[in-house]
Design a protein around this ligand. Structure first.
Ligand code: URC
Length: 315
């Protein structure tokens, strides 16, 4: 057989590519008290001289997918994420120019957009700004919910929302918890706190003699108070934040007697970049999707009954 010619094969390998898909990288850039967030889902697909690994199992030309994952996180720190396009171009160039055997890189990126949470009047006077500088709500509408029950005499209206995703890039700690022989969690003194809020609230309008609430205004105000309480609470646990969100609603909205929350703790783990000689001072995070802590609870006006079914909020 002539050198470089391929052996005759009855079955021939066609197009192929490989890499790590869906690297969930969150980059926080701190400009004093003002934080900026970039939240990406980055998928890497590489192709090149990959015949051998398929035909014979030789890995000599394989840059491990694990390395492509590490590269995404390290480059987020080293190069920064100005835009998804700029980051994708940088990554693709890196893979193709740093490894002779890689001839083509395809980088696909989904970007999740966030906007800042507006401050309450009291807090904006306190911090001197209309927005909380480290608090964000995911763009895109949440789903609004309602359930109405009528038995010919009494009304029960429970309204709510789901998929309202919020994030604080600072002002969250978690420490002082039970440690048993299975505990490995390190105490956190400055962590990301993120959740996708599912909440339901019960109106105290129960009969036609009572003045009916303004449902539209009520929804808008509940949502606002919920977001502001999330943003403005210095949190020692998601449980504490849950209670603050509920009590802010109960204290500000006389038409509501009870709120129930189901709050998944959307964990963001600081990526260890030390092996690549990089410091990671609360900048680059891996946004894990599962498993997640699930924090649930009811907040009720003193003297009122809790009637929202415990397992309703996950629907
Ligand atoms: O806010 C939190 N509450 C918990 O109960 C908990 N448990 C955990 O591992 N992390 C956290 N965070």
């Amino acid at each position: 057989m002539a050198e470089n010619s391929r052996p005759a094969r009855p079955v021939v390998l066609g197009q192929n590519q490989y890499g790590k898909a869906e690297n969930r990288v969150v980059k926080i850039t701190r400009d004093g008290a003002t934080h900026h967030i970039k939240d990406l889902n980055v998928s890497v697909a590489l192709s090149g001289d990959m015949d051998d690994v398929h035909y014979s199992g030789s890995n000599a030309h394989v840059l491990p997918t694990d390395t492509t994952k590490n590269t995404v996180f390290a480059k987020a720190r080293e190069h920064g994420i100005e835009s998804a396009e700029q980051f994708g171009i940088h990554l693709a160039r890196h893979f193709v120019t740093s490894q002779e055997v890689i001839h083509r890189a395809r980088i696909r990126i989904e970007e999740y957009a966030w906007e800042r949470i507006e401050s309450s009047d009291a807090n904006s006077k306190f911090i001197g700004a209309d927005e909380v500088k480290h608090s964000f709500v995911r763009k895109g509408q949440e789903t609004r919910l309602t359930e109405i029950t009528y038995d010919g005499e009494q009304w029960q209206v429970i309204s709510g929302l789901k998929d309202l995703t919020v994030l604080n890039s600072t002002n969250s700690e978690f420490w002082g918890y039970i440690k048993d022989k299975y505990t490995t969690l390190q105490e956190a003194y400055d962590r990301i706190l993120a959740t996708s809020v599912a909440a339901q609230w019960r109106f105290n309008w129960t009969d036609d003699e009572q003045k009916m609430p303004n449902w539209e205004k009520s929804y808008e105000q509940v949502r606002k108070h919920m977001l502001q309480a999330f943003a403005e609470t210095y949190s020692l646990s998601l449980q504490q934040t849950l209670y603050q969100m509920g009590s802010r609603i109960i204290n500000n909205r006389s038409e509501i007697d009870e709120v129930r929350f189901s709050l998944p703790n959307k964990h963001h783990f600081l990526v260890d970049l030390e092996p690549f000689g990089l410091k990671n001072d609360n900048e680059v995070y891996f946004a894990a999707d599962r498993p997640y802590g699930l924090i649930e609870g009811t907040v009720v006006r003193d003297g009122c009954e809790a009637r929202i079914p415990v397992d309703m909020t996950n629907l």
